[in-house]
Write a protein that binds this ligand. Structure first.
Ligand code: NAP
Length: 420
């Protein structure tokens, strides 16, 4: 494929994909999108840290070759006003792994959101957000170290599918008439109307991915979160389909919570993954009071959106919460916060969200030694109380530094061997 503006690095190899598996060379080409607002500050800082960690972890025998891809305002400047160039999409498909900073959504340019457009165009159906505590990060919990959970949020369905009709519009009236006359539905005259599609296909592929993740990462349970007591044929169905996929496709390695108590007196048999479910409202309480009950959580779009931000707040907030959007063989890792325009180009904000999205990216690539370098260096830097402004305001005795100085401190720990 020839690109107009994307420059693939002269050296390095693409990740190769064959069926369900992919193979990562020693010198992979990975894509990155700098992003808007604070994006350039955090991206520049993180690229330096990731490269230093790879160099240290493999003694120079492995190296990432980065290809810059364009979306958002930078793309608009290069591609004559196009915020979402087709060749960026092609490059992501070609490279299969990319990482991106936050993007401004252009107002009135035909996109609901660039992120939503990206997810839809590549059918990135799983939003994966690991939430864990790093020693030294300020937290409102007494025992934040008990939080270590990975959210799998369905990305394509639910009330986020964009199926809604404004109160008073012709389409709204048409639908309201059908619902009243044909479906015996009753609601106020001036109600805005929306549809919540939850399919067997969409639910099962999400839960399948969550269970596979639990298997690959030695996790002990997968919790299906739903509001099926009220929304029986959507959220309730998600729960049923989740249990079905566990039984039909992973029956040898999963047991339900009922079986756990009926047959094993509540003690998880070695090597088994417990599949359980919880109702969404009580989950918000349980995540605060008994966070160590949860390991992997699979849920629908709206629940996942609320719940993953709430969980992130338990361990440092969105400034350090990582995320990724995944299809079966494409993964786009991303900062979960926005562009924080008031801090753009000030070398001020916390690079943690993008940094840890990178950590997850290296784990996904099968390079856990890089992840370990960064995680350890991070805890050492925090132990020195070297932090960006957002943590400084919640800590006593903090040494506040800018984004790039925070990266310098991490690199110093990595290069000195303090994170080995
Ligand atoms: P935001 O950019 O996430 O910023 C909200 C607040 O969160 C900031 O003012 C700051 O809090 C804190 N924050 C965010 N990132 C931080 C970081 N790296 N370090 C420390 N603190 C951080 O949300 P927004 O102001 O609502 O949205 C701004 C733009 O971002 C909008 O155009 C929106 O569409 C877009 N957006 C993009 C994405 C994405 O690309 N994934 C996601 C969400 C929003 P304090 O002011 O308290 O310091």
């Amino acid at each position: 494929m020839t690109y107009q503006h994307v420059q693939m690095p002269a050296s390095g190899e693409k990740i190769s994909v064959s069926g369900d598996t992919f193979s990562v060379p020693e010198n992979p080409i990975l894509g990155y999108v700098e992003g808007d607002g604070i994006g350039p500050d955090i991206t520049k800082a993180c690229l330096r840290v990731w490269d230093a960690a790879v160099e240290r972890a493999y003694d120079g025998n492995r190296k990432v070759h980065w290809a810059e891809l364009y979306m958002g305002e930078k793309a608009a400047g290069i591609y004559d006003g196009d915020y979402f160039p087709a060749e960026t999409l092609e490059a992501i498909k070609d490279l299969t792994v990319a990482i991106k900073g936050p993007l401004t959504t252009p107002v009135g340019k035909g996109f609901r959101s660039l992120n939503v457009a990206l997810r839809q165009s590549l059918d990135l159906y799983a939003c994966v957000r690991p939430v864990r505590h790093y020693a030294g990060v300020p937290s409102p919990l007494k025992e934040p170290q008990k939080v270590d959970v990975v959210f799998f949020r369905e990305n394509t369905e639910d009330v986020y599918a964009g199926l809604e009709w404004q109160s008073g519009s012709d389409d709204n009236k048409k639908l309201a008439k059908f619902l009243r006359e044909e479906m015996d539905a009753d609601f106020f005259e001036d109600a805005g109307l929306g549809v919540k599609p939850i399919s067997e296909f969409g639910s099962k592929r999400l839960v399948r991915k969550a269970i596979q993740y639990a298997i690959d990462n030695g996790r002990e349970s997968v919790t299906l979160v739903h509001k099926g007591n009220i929304m029986k044929f959507t959220e309730g169905a998600f729960r049923e389909w989740g249990y079905e996929v566990a039984k039909e496709e992973f029956g040898d390695i999963t047991i339900t919570e009922d079986e756990l108590w009926e047959k094993h007196d509540g003690k998880r048999p070695e090597g088994k993954i417990v599949i359980k479910d919880r109702i969404a409202d009580i989950m918000f309480q349980l995540m605060l009071l008994r966070p160590d009950d949860f390991d992997v959580i699979a849920t629908m779009n709206l629940n996942g959106d609320y719940m993953s931000d709430a969980a992130a707040a338990e361990v440092g907030g969105i400034g350090i919460a990582p995320g990724a959007n995944m299809a079966d063989n494409i993964a786009v890792f991303e900062a979960t916060h926005g562009t924080a325009p008031k801090y753009a180009d000030q070398n001020k904000v916390n690079p943690g969200s993008l940094l840890f999205s990178g950590v997850n990216m290296f784990e996904y690539l099968g390079w856990p030694e890089v992840a370990q370098q960064i995680n350890k260096a991070y805890e050492k830097v925090l132990a020195d109380k070297v932090v960006t402004y957002d943590f400084a305001r919640n800590m006593t005795g903090a040494k506040e530094v800018g984004t790039s100085q925070f990266a310098d401190a991490l690199i110093e720990k990595i290069q000195s061997g303090a994170a080995d």
